[in-house]
Each structure stands twice: as C-alpha cells, then as structure tokens.
Design a protein around this ligand. Sequence first.
Ligand code: GDP
Length: 322
Amino acid sequence: MKKNEIEELASGIREGNRAALSKAITLAESSLYEHQLLAHELIQKLAPLTGNSRRIAITGVPGVGKSTFIESFGKLLTDKGFKVAVLAIDPSSTLSGGSILGDKTRMEDLARNPNAYIRPSATGGYLGGIASRTYEAMLLCEAAGFDIILIETVGVGQSETLVNGITDVFIFLQIPGTGDDLQGIKRGIMEMSDIIFVNKVDDFGIEKGKEVKVTLTRSMQFLPQKDSGWKRKILLGSGLSGKGLNEVWETIEDYFYVINSNGNFQRRREEQNLLRTKEYIKEQITNKAMALYKKERLNTNMLADPFWIAEKWIRENIKFNQ
Ligand code: GDP
C-alpha cells in the first residue's frame, strides 16, 4: 500500500465508507511492521474524529446470550439514531484457531442494518496484541462516524482485562446458576463490571431473577468499590424479548453522567493511554527483536541452558541504552 492510498482511505473513512473502513482495519490487523506504520499514519490523520464514542464492553460465558443481547440492544440504539459498531474479541480463535464466538451468521439482522457495522475478532498474534488491534479498529470506527462501540468478549477471564483497558463501561451478562460462585475468574469479571445484566428472565421467570439479584448484591458487598465513583448496578431482562434493554441504556447514560462530572472519564482515558503506550513498546520491541532473530540465527550448542543462550544472543545483537 502506498502513501497516497492512505490519504484515499482517510477520505473514504471520513465519508463513512464501509469498504474503506474494513480495508483500514485489515491493514491495522496486519502483522507486518510497514503495515502497522501505515495504519498508524492513517489513524493519526483521523485523530480529530476519534475519541468521542461511548466504548462499551459486553461479556459473559458462551451461551449466556451475548449475541442475542447485542442484536436487540444494537437495534434499540440505531432506532434512537445512533450509529453502532460491534467488535468481537475471541481469545480462543487467536490461541487455537477455533472460535467460541462462532462465525458471521451471528447477529444477522444487525449486520444488515445500515447504521450498524459488525467486525469479527482480530485473529493471529498473541493475546496482548489483540487489545491493541481492537483499539485501532475502534478508533477507525469512531472516525467513520460510529458513536457507540460495543466490544464483545467471551467471559473466560483473559480477554476481559484487555477489553477493560480500552473501554469506558463494562457490562456483564449472567444467568441463574452462574452468579453464585464468586471464585476466580468470575470474581475478577464482577470486579470490573459496572452493570450486571441478569439475562433470560423471560425463560426462568422474574421471581428467580430477583433471587439472583439478591445473591449478586450480597456477593458484591465484598468487592472493592469502583475507582470511578460509580456504584455497580444489577438489572434484569431478556436480550431475546428486549425486556430491560431500555433500562440498560438509561443506566449507561447515568454512568457517563457520573464519570464525566467527577472527572473520572478523562482520568480513565489517560490511564488507558498509558497502558496502550506500554503495550506498544512491548509489541514493537518483540517485533523488532524477532525480525532480527530471523536474520541472526543462533549458532550454538542447543543442549545448553536456553535462558543463557537467549541472554547471550540478546547481549550480542541488541543494544539498550541502559
Ligand atoms: P452467546 O454465546 O453468549 O452469544 O449466546 P447466544 O446469544 O448465542 O444465545 C445462546 C442461546 O440462548 C440461543 O439459543 C439463544 O436463542 C438463547 N437466548 C439468548 N438470549 C435469550 C433470552 O433473553 N431469553 C431466552 N429464553 N433465550 C435466550
């Protein structure tokens, strides 16, 4: 790709052209260093148009109803006049080639909606890099005029921390039987959550839903308060019937009101930028070192201790200032 093509892509994205947006995201996902530089030149050109969307993380275990929820919630938002982009992070596809989130047949109605854009997960690379790729895709979507970005992750622990580092608000979908156990992963995800949505109440009934809410409320007393000053909220509803979704949106609006008024929105974005910077440093050092490793092959007895082989190779091939 040439530099003048970057200018063309930028114009396309500014006009909200989807083909240009998809092409740019593909460029940003490329593992080639030259492509990443071009992608970031593009992002830099578009910078004045980025940063103004509401960045929303949605997570929950497979089967809890995430795609159904996003399909209905996305429609509700586009009906309100918003332009909605959905990005999906699926660590299983990156690490094993398989996918928990499934293929493109999900969210068919939303995919056809002219005010929605759906992009499946960035694959390839290592897990830490996914957050950067999703972050770049998000900036490009913002530049293309999307005012709400929904980022879907599978609630298995790894990708949630990453996505929490690039979004403003975190929604955790639950169903009865999965919220009682606050051990390990679930506790970590609960801690990150701003809104917990007890889903499928159309199926198991409102009484059971209320019971779950009481249990969750009790468990939440043991979690540390959010730094943002926001008090976690539990809502009941159904992605399938649409019940409770308007309340989710109202709660998100309340949330943004709170974090904008107390300065936490700004502070959080700054902290996230710091985190991204660190991540880019790690990525770039790794990429450059690996490119060099391909050229400067090891020429040693491979039965020696790998740690010291690596240490020697680094000392001979890489110069750090310190
Ligand atoms: P995901 O794996 O979390 O994305 O879950 P899906 O959205 O694919 O939903 C898993 C199954 O639960 C599907 O069969 C859905 O039709 C069903 N489902 C999702 N949301 C609801 C709901 O609110 N009520 C009921 N009764 N079923 C639901």
